[in-house]
Write a protein that binds this ligand. Structure first.
Ligand code: ADP
Ligand code: ZN
Ligand code: ZN
Length: 647
């Protein structure tokens, strides 16, 4: 009898010993019975006979290991860094259903590309050459190219070169449903429909894409974050586009950042990784500027197209019920009458962001959260945090049903514009595009000029290319710049740059109007947008001064519980002990989280700042141990490493 350690995708450490008369190599999949159900796990290795009776492996599924040593090392490192048990890590990165699916029975032959070449510009060519100079070592690259500078063409050139040496490319994008235009481009240029992998695909399609890539059949795959975890022996390069996107940070366990994990994996696999963005995250820019990544810049738009011009409109004085400042509306009207297209940006969904009682003035809150209800045009009230929804039946304080709305959302803007430009409006936000098909249709409608004005949230900031858009109006930037988050400036900079990057991508020049109550905010100084590095020159010294990343490492503790006082007490005891045990680390808090109640749980947070990664893992482990000792039933503790969410 032989004995094996098997890793199971379950929310626990997940390593169990099973026996077999046969031999199973590390990295092969086996089916076992666990808690009376059949589950597929991965063999970690052989082990000696345990002192207890163990179950037998039901079936050994693979002859040849699918998950090589490097892949297993990768999963282990994620588990260590984010302090997540190994089984939970496996469960979090790979769907158990995909893991249990069967490979195709047919022989897997690599599909050939059939390439339609374009002439790269001298700058594009130089970058492609520099990157492909060494394709068989770990080499992180950052391409900092302004919007419309032709980054995607460089990626396609590299995919081609990687395929030519018989290897595969993994092409990661933040939100797969937003990329119909990218698919068309890839198919047209590389001659095969791109294989895609993301969690919203039906199971069969997902399993097929998984196997095709794992077995080397597809030369490249386009995927959202889960694609990083498809094992593939022939992986030769990783591309991660829009590397600054905060959706790359996973909220669920393990709460990894996809970019950081992609760099780690490339290092383990000894392959190049290409990060691309028009607005790199400050940390990435810093890494590139310091030589940790190789730095490539594209300071100009392709074919000498000019960058858009900015105009800041002070709306303090005309702060009335107006939705759009006069100059903005006028520019929009002129754009439309010239037959050109416009984009209006606002980061608030719904009709109105707050509902007040006309009699007593009370703002109407979600009963479960310390968050005001969002009002929809349909009359429904919805909480964006817990998802609870209601019909307004009267003021929560005085019962009166007379109300007024404040704070404009995208539905309200759509209504306002519909009155002025009938049948010319397309709205894209998380509500209007619940299905990927609908999004594709809306994008196609706007692309084919069925409508001239696109109203949307940050959804529309990413990668869309409409050559006839010449005007962008930004209505809602103030609330982003005012967020209690050290990345608020960065976020504002990125949104303004990305959204304005949708304008003037064709032959005509783009114009941007930003309406604001804070015209003197440093991020609304147009000099910030005048040069590719201006923002970073402004922001880096501030980060250094206030001891924020990239100069420090952050972690965040969150305590949540049904009883406010008890939650606060537990958070205080844990943090007090941590401060005592780790005197060199800066610990701020605990304090009420900005959203102090969510889903009927009261929330307290603490922020940990440390000069290095050393000690942090130990500190978090200690905090978890102290919490275990101190906790009262019903209180939750979460430690988030390198957090992006501070609410
Ligand atoms: P980015 O990703 O940097 O915003 P894109 O790669 O989308 O820029 O390029 C902008 C536009 O210019 C696209 O329509 C693209 O097809 C086109 N383009 C880029 N490089 C070239 C080239 N060398 N020849 C022809 N068209 C190009
Ligand atoms: Zn009232
Ligand atoms: Zn709520």
């Amino acid at each position: 009898m032989n004995f094996f350690n098997i890793l199971l995708p379950i929310a626990a450490e997940g390593i169990f010993t099973y026996s077999s008369d046969n031999h199973a190599l590390p990295g092969t999949r086996v089916a076992v019975s666990f808690n009376n159900r059949k589950i597929v796990g991965i063999v970690l290795g052989e082990t000696k006979e345990p002192p207890f009776k163990c179950k037998e492996i039901s079936i050994i599924l693979d002859e040849i290991p699918l998950f090589d040593k490097q892949w297993l090392e990768f999963i282990r490192k994620i588990s260590e860094y984010y302090l997540t048990p190994l089984g939970s890590t496996l469960f979090g990165v790979l769907s158990p259903r995909v893991l249990a699916s069967s490979p195709p029975k047919r022989p897997c032959l690599p599909k050939p590309l059939s390439i339609v070449d374009v002439d790269l510009s001298a700058e594009q060519k130089a970058i492609a050459e520099r990157i492909s100079a060494d394709m068989s070592s770990f080499y992180p690259h950052l391409i900092h190219g302004v919007t419309g500078s032709g980054k995607t063409e460089i990626y396609m050139e590299l995919i081609k070169r990687v395929a030519a040496i018989g290897r595969q490319t993994l092409y990661l994008v933040p939100e797969i449903s937003l990329t119909p235009q990218l698919f068309e481009l890839l198919s047209a240029r590389l001659g095969i429909a791109p294989s895609v992998f993301h969690s919203k695909l039906p199971h069969k399609a997902r399993a097929d894409a998984f196997w095709q890539f794992a077995l080397g059949e597809t030369p490249f795959i386009v995927g959202a974050r889960s694609a990083l975890f498809i094992p593939s022996e022939k992986l030769g390069m990783i591309i991660l586009d829009e590397e600054h996107e905060k959706s790359y940070k996973q909220e669920e366990t393990p709460s990894y950042h996809l970019r950081d994990m992609a760099v780690l994996y490339a290092k383990i696999k000894k392959i190049p990784i290409i990060l691309g963005s028009a607005t790199p995250q400050v940390e990435s820019y810093f890494n590139a500027a310091n030589g940790k990544y190789s730095f490539h810049t594209l300071p100009n738009r392709i074919f000498g197209a000019s960058m858009p011009t900015f105009n800041i409109i002070d709306i303090k004085k005309e702060y009335t019920k107006k939705i759009m400042a006069e100059p903005l509306l006028q520019e929009l009207t002129e754009t439309v009458s010239r037959g050109e297209q416009a984009i209006i940006f606002l980061n608030r969904k719904g009709y109105s962001t707050s509902l007040y009682c006309k009699v007593c003035g009370a703002l109407q809150y979600c009963p479960n959260c310390s968050v005001p209800y969002t009002v929809y045009r349909s009359g429904r009230l919805l909480c964006n945090y817990c998802g609870s929804s209601a019909r307004y039946s009267g003021c929560s304080v005085c019962g009166s049903t007379e109300t007024y709305c404040a704070g404009v959302g995208t539905e309200r803007v759509e209504e306002y514009l519909e009155e002025r430009f009938p049948n010319q409006i397309v709205r894209i936000d998380a509500d209007s595009v619940r299905s990927a098909g609908r999004l594709t249709r809306l994008i196609a409608d706007f692309g084919s000029k069925k409508a001239q004005i696109l109203v949307g949230t940050q959804f529309i900031a990413k990668g869309l290319h409409f050559p006839d858009v010449t005007f962008v109006g930004i209505l809602g930037i103030d609330n982003i710049l005012s967020l209690p988050d050290f990345r608020a400036s960065e976020r504002g900079y990125q949104l303004i740059t990305q959204i304005s990057g949708r304008a003037g991508r064709g032959k005509k020049c783009g114009i941007i109007h930003i309406q604001t109550m804070m015209p003197n905010h440093p991020l609304l100084n147009t000099e910030i947008y005048g040069g590719q590095n201006a923002f970073y020159d402004y922001e880096l010294p501030r980060r250094a001064m206030f001891k924020y990343p990239p100069y420090t490492k952050l972690s965040r503790f969150l305590f949540a519980g049904g009883d406010e006082r008890v939650t606060e007490e537990v958070s205080e005891r844990v943090v007090y002990n941590i401060k005592k045990e780790f005197p060199k680390v800066i610990v701020l808090g605990p304090a009420k989280a900005p959203i102090s109640k969510m889903n009927n749980l009261y929330r307290y947070a603490a922020l940990i700042k440390s000069n290095s990664n050393k000690n942090i893992a130990e500190l978090i482990k200690r905090a978890a141990a102290i919490f275990e000792k101190e906790k009262t039933a019903g209180i939750i503790f979460r430690a988030d490493r390198d957090p992006y969410y501070f609410m």
